[in-house]
Ligand binder design. Structure first.
Ligand code: 3PG
Length: 393
């Protein structure tokens, strides 16, 4: 088996594949070369830079490609619809980045509140300035979190415990044991001194309407996805000083080649600070993320495990259909599955999945997961099979 790692990941992840005897290719390909070469790989690993388009996925499915692993949490650079249509599983690394992104959001809150990038730039240019850089404090202020998943919750925890901030939030699925006071998005925006976005996805979360709900003294922090904020509306809002400022790590258009120009109109404004999509860029997060994605991709390639999958249910229960289990103890010899399948197929019973393990010597226990209850007559037919010792529903 062979894995193409098209964006730079940390060596720990690469080693996970190599120790399992799987070859890795870390040569970065542009879109055309990716389309040309992808068919020879069983898996493709990317971060946010490589765009995994329909063309890439369709070229892959004509060959060996089975899975795309996103070494991070946001998978908006992967055409999920095309992957699903082509039977390619997409997995992400859900845990490795949590702390790194939360800490960056907090750093941006501190930096913009105290004008740290501005004073740094001024001193680098050899100019001593104090009067322009009077700041504000985080302590006792209100942090509004839009999207309260694992990253949002971690940020809330640090902000509460370290700065005594009040944490309020909005999420389509609020969870109530997080210390975040949940309310409507509009209420969060009107009450917060800092609004931090952690929704991911491709939707605009902050259009002109939402931006204008924010207090004129409030700051907007975006470490989620550039497309979550309407950049044109943000430019106007900042220019007219309708909010105090913004700190951005992500943009609607991000360069894909290291060292190239960053073109963005927001650069003209002095109440904006920038980082270059660095949310996950810590030694700790890169190590954790690369290992996590390599492991879950490997588990799929070698064992059909769906953990961390984003376009199929991680477990069969998540398919949201009733599941009925059938336990069959049988001889571990060729042909038994075929004979069970025939009985179920003849009776129009759809098999969703089979788990099977050897039990004792020469026997196996198979657990069939089905979408319907099995009629007692079918059980009787199965029990008549001389290679089956028991059938339990
Ligand atoms: C993520 O979605 O995990 C972050 O945005 C990090 O993206 P990166 O791995 O390309 O730095």
């Amino acid at each position: 088996m062979k894995v193409l790692i098209n964006d730079k990941i940390e060596n720990h992840g690469i080693r996970v594949f190599e120790e399992a005897g799987i070859k890795t290719d870390t040569q970065r390909r542009d879109l055309n070369s990716l389309i040309a070469d992808i068919a020879q790989f069983d898996a493709l690993i990317v971060r946010s830079t490589t765009k995994v388009t329909r063309e890439v996925l369709e070229a892959g499915t004509k060959g060996k490609l089975k899975i795309v692993g996103r070494a991070g949490v946001g998978y908006d650079n992967i055409d999920i619809v095309a992957a699903t249509e082509n039977g390619i599983v997409v997995k992400c690394a859900q845990l490795g980045n949590i702390n790194a992104v939360a800490e960056l959001a907090l750093s941006l809150m501190l930096s913009i509140s105290r004008n740290i990038p501005q004073t740094h730039l001024s001193l680098k240019q050899g100019i001593w300035k104090k009067e322009d850089f009077n700041g504000t404090e985080l302590s006792n202020k209100t942090l509004g979190i839009i999207g309260c998943g694992k990253i949002g919750q971690r940020l809330a925890q640090i902000a509460r415990h370290s700065f005594g901030m009040k944490t309020i939030g909005y999420d389509i699925c609020p969870c109530f044991d997080t210390g975040i006071n949940f309310m409507s998005k509009e209420e969060v925006l009107t009450k917060a001194d800092y609004v931090s976005i952690h929704t991911g996805g491709k939707d605009i979360i902050m259009s002109e309407k939402e931006l204008l709900l924010m207090k004129p003294t409030a700051y907007l922090i975006n470490t989620s996805r550039g497309c979550n904020v309407d950049e044109k509306a943000l430019y106007q809002t900042l220019k007219k000083r309708r909010i105090a400022g913004t700190a951005l790590d992500v943009y609607t258009k991000e360069p894909t080649v290291e060292g190239t120009k960053f073109k963005n109109k927001l650069r003209k404004l002095d109440n904006v600070i920038f980082t270059s999509h660095l949310g996950a860029s810590t030694i700790e997060a890169q190590r954790a993320t690369s290992t996590e994605i390599a492991q879950v991709v490997l588990d799929y390639l070698l064992g059909g495990d769906f953990t961390n999958a984003v376009n199929v249910g991680e477990t069969i229960e998540l398919e949201e259909n009733p599941v009925h289990a059938l336990f069959i103890h049988h001889r571990d010899i060729p042909g038994v599955f075929a004979s069970i399948d025939k009985v179920l197929t003849d009776n129009k019973v759809n098999i969703r999945t089979i788990y099977s393990r050897q039990i004792g010597t020469g026997f196996a226990i198979a657990v069939y997961l089905l979408h319907q209850k099995v009629d007692p007559e079918i059980l009787k037919t199965l029990k008549k099979n001389e290679n089956i010792s028991s059938v339990r529903a």
